[in-house]
Design a protein around this ligand. Structure first.
Ligand SMILES: *[C@@H]1O[C@H](CO)[C@@H](O)[C@H](O)[C@H]1NC(C)=O
Length: 152
């Protein structure tokens, strides 16, 4: 193999490795600070975040962020939105990203949690599909955690 060919081969291998390790990009915003973060999402002033180079969570080292998420939560009668990378759980509900997890709880708290990994910026989608009601005994703790994260 000529030197030129090996160089080509090396470049191709390198580019493949880079492509393979490149994380998904997700929209990153909080409607408390960024009005455009609400549904329907306006990406013209939004910031995409590369989840691969996003900061590691201190309590979740080495867990790569491979999904995007959108959370919508009604607090005191107002919907708040937050979009970010996501690490845990599966994309969508039962693998179907058209669906979100929906919870309503006491104190008129409503929460919708959507995850996706089908393409970069997939957390821009407004969901019109019926929501899946999450039925678990841990849901109250889950909602408190989400609320803390959302209001942070
Ligand atoms: C922004 O939104 C427009 C219109 O929905 C879409 O065509 C475009 O691909 C989006 N841009 C990005 C970077 O996702």
């Amino acid at each position: 193999m000529s030197a030129m060919n090996s160089l080509h081969l090396m470049l191709i291998v390198l580019m493949t490795v880079i492509a393979a390790t490149q994380g998904i990009k997700c929209w990153f915003c909080n409607s408390m600070l960024d009005p455009f973060c609400r549904d329907p999402f306006d990406n013209s002033t939004a910031n995409p975040k590369d989840c691969e180079i996003a900061e590691e969570l201190a309590h979740l080292p080495n867990v790569p962020a491979t999904m995007c998420r959108k959370i919508r939560m009604k607090v005191n009668g107002h919907w708040r939105f937050k979009r970010d990378c996501a690490r845990l759980g599966e994309a969508g509900v039962g693998g179907d990203t058209r669906y979100c997890i929906y919870r309503s709880g006491t104190f008129n708290i409503h929460m919708e949690y959507c995850t996706c990994n089908d393409k970069d910026g997939c957390n821009s989608v407004s969901h019109n599909k019926p929501n899946i009601q999450l039925v678990t005994t841990t849901s109250t703790i889950f909602m408190v955690l989400i609320a803390r994260w959302l209001l942070r």
